[in-house]
Design a protein around this ligand. Structure first.
Ligand SMILES: *[C@@H]1O[C@H](CO)[C@@H](O)[C@H](O)[C@H]1NC(C)=O
Ligand SMILES: *[C@@H]1O[C@H](CO)[C@@H](O)[C@H](O)[C@H]1NC(C)=O
Ligand SMILES: *[C@@H]1O[C@H](CO)[C@@H](O)[C@H](O)[C@H]1NC(C)=O
Length: 405
């Protein structure tokens, strides 16, 4: 059988299988090149098409597995694009507000945004749901790659403690614009593929959009993970002693997640800040003179799945307020529920009685649940110190939650 031959019309690829009485197939070189170019074009336009299914990283098995329909499930309808509400500009004094406040008012009514990265099976599958005891929900700006990397190696590592699963999701919008936004989206997509722990929606990250992020998360939880028992909702720059959290939650009598729990650093009788230069400035037109209902500092608080569903239910009819932790307090108040103080949560810094004591003393941290605010390097050091079996602490203190009622 001759495959190649020359003829007066050029180079031909020829398969002659005359024994089977088959017709000859001729592929001229120009035709082969054209076909090749087409295949290359398809490849570079959408390389995934040729290499599906993509592998994904399974943390428990510590290896890559075949990816399923994990990126965005295309079968679900995407929400309509939410349009700017031009009537917001009619509010008295609107022209004098900062860009941040103006864009908040223009988009205040928007509550659904398409998901860019979803985790449909984070909590198992419909017929095999996973019993997650504590879900760590960490608000993270796309640019905070170092924070997420350190958290995955320290307190937010997915693992079992006392026979209970701790799982992690980082929740994010989009950062920057143009090429910067594209690059940051790529970063999150890579992390999502590698660690299976990113939820991302298509809205601009900003301080005044944190409430929106929180509502979108509760909506996701209601749909994808209603059976989780407890949640820790917090920032990516805190030090959380997640094993102490599991111990504390296990010590609760008569609450397996199906009853109300909302615990953290409780703030009472706070008023909106009226100083125009402040990051927290709220004009009278947005909130009248009235104290906020009690709420927990947004750096980190603990709640049950029951309370999460109450908050989500209430949020559907309560207008979005730009400060996320205050807004959650408003939802709780509307449901006639309140937060409880947990002395182990310090979201407003902490007080150390003497100059001679190191405020980063691991013996102090060992007894806490959560403390604000740490750099990635400080988190890394502290986590390792707190878990150092050789750590010597003066007197064996009782855990905070056993001392303070
Ligand atoms: C990873 O592997 C473990 C053990 O086989 C399995 O139980 C778990 O569901 C897998 N995780 C994901 C996200 O598929
Ligand atoms: C919130 O996100 C929306 C959608 O991306 C955006 O139009 C709006 O400007 C953002 N709001 C603030 C206050 O940044
Ligand atoms: C939230 O609302 C849904 C439907 O409206 C209801 O089935 C559910 O019981 C509510 N949850 C709580 C905790 O009130």
């Amino acid at each position: 059988m001759r495959i190649f031959s020359w003829s007066s019309r050029g180079f031909y690829t020829r398969c002659s299988c005359q024994a089977n009485n088959m017709k000859r197939f001729y592929f001229s070189v120009p035709f082969t090149l054209l076909l090749g170019t087409l295949v290359m074009c398809v490849y570079f336009k959408d390389p995934d098409k040729l290499f599906e299914p993509k592998p994904f990283y399974n943390v428990t098995q510590n290896k890559f597995l075949q990816k399923e329909e994990d990126v965005v499930s295309h079968t679900e309808a995407l929400p309509q694009k939410c349009e700017q509400d031009m009537s917001a500009a009619k509010l008295p004094g609107f022209a004098l507000f900062s860009d941040q406040i103006q864009s908040f008012l223009y988009y205040r009514h928007c509550r659904s945004f398409p998901m860019i990265l979803d985790l449909p099976h984070k909590c198992g599958r419909p017929n095999t749901p996973e019993d997650i005891f504590l879900l760590l929900v960490i608000k993270s700006h796309p640019k905070n790659f170092e924070h997420r990397e350190v958290l995955r190696k320290t307190w937010a590592k997915e693992r079992m403690h006392n026979g209970k699963w701790i799982r992690t999701v980082f929740i994010a919008g989009t950062g920057g614009s143009g090429f910067v936004k594209k690059r940051m989206n790529k970063l999150l997509a890579l992390e999502h593929q590698l660690y299976n722990d990113i939820l991302q929606w298509d809205f601009d990250e900003s301080f005044f959009n944190l409430t929106l992020k929180q509502i979108l998360f509760f909506e996701w939880l209601d749909r994808r993970c209603p059976q989780v028992r407890f949640l820790m909702n917090g920032d990516d720059d805190v030090f959380a002693h997640t094993e102490n959290m599991v111990d504390y939650l296990q010590s609760l009598k008569n609450n397996d997640g199906s009853k109300h729990l909302f615990a953290g650093h409780v703030i009472r009788n706070a008023y909106p800040i009226r100083a125009r230069w402040s990051k927290y400035y709220i004009p009278y037109q947005i909130h009248k003179k009235a104290p906020y209902p009690p709420y927990c500092g947004g750096g980190g608080y603990i709640l049950s799945r029951y309370t999460a569903s109450i908050i989500y239910n209430m949020s559907r009819t309560i207008e979005i307020y730009p400060i996320d932790d205050v807004y959650i307090g408003m939802c709780l108040a509307a449901a006639k529920r309140g937060p409880v103080i947990h002395m182990g949560v310090k979201t407003l810094g902490w007080y150390i009685p003497s100059q001679n004591l190191d405020k980063y003393d691991p013996c102090y941290m060992k007894e806490l649940l959560l403390i604000h605010k740490f750099s990635p390097a400080e988190i890394f050091v502290m986590w390792n110190e707190v878990h150092n079996p050789k750590l010597q602490c003066g007197l064996r203190q009782k855990k905070w939650w056993n001392v303070v009622k």
